[in-house]
Design a protein around this ligand. Sequence first.
Ligand code: GLU
Length: 280
Amino acid sequence: MAGPVFRFAPSPTGRLHRGHAFSALTSWRACRAVAGAFRLRIEDIDRIRCRPEFEAGVIEDLTWLGLDWDGPVLRQTERGAAYEAALDRLVEEGLAYRCFRTRREVAETMTRAPHGGEAIFFGQRLPAQEERTRRAAGEAFAWRLDVREAAKRAGPLDFLETGAGPVGETGRQTALPGSAGDIVLARRDIGVAYHLAVVVDDAFQGVTTVVRGCDLFGATHVQRLIQALLGLPAPTYHHHRLLVGTDGKRYAKRDRAETLQALREQGVTPAQLIAELELD
Ligand code: GLU
């Protein structure tokens, strides 16, 4: 039987910061502790925001931190055919629909859970004739997952959380994919969207344990559903706490002074940074 497989999957939309270092090291250390294989995946599907120099920066920063990985680096821009096949399957099974609403129209029809939470969108398939007319007119559309139909089709699902979600969720978790609404699966400007690409790639790379920040805990619910729809295995999840800066805010790519590159240039050593990160 194949052993455990972990991964780090950054988007090259800026230089890495302390938060990324924490996440990459948490995953890599857990992986090496169980003699697992570690995969590096560059999530560069957003062709507008991703840049080759940031990808080079990822490699430079991870190498500086002392991380290594097994096998070739996987780039999402090289995986179009696999994403198309997955999307086709969902479309053929009647689980995706074309949504012609503009961003603004979507924002106007979003519903917000009574106790705060993310605003979510539920749309609907258009009557065939209207859809034909709008397509013939060249109107832009997004493929969206019909999440309610999909959840009904998949039946009850759960996943194993070995870390903790935003409010300490740990252990077996019931997947509640409907809480994400009808997520976008693909769009003309970006091609395939995040959730579908991640699910297809985690399976392709044989990932058995996903270690990532608890900001992505919500994403896990919908990703678990997409796995089930595509007949893919469910990894174990380990969501970790998010690092905050001295101002109490999360690190963001826009804080240039806080990038690993900047720290390195200030003379900070990897050992100093690792000590400061207080890895769990
Ligand atoms: N590419 C995502 C990011 O940089 C991470 C995706 C994931 O870990 O599933 O935020």
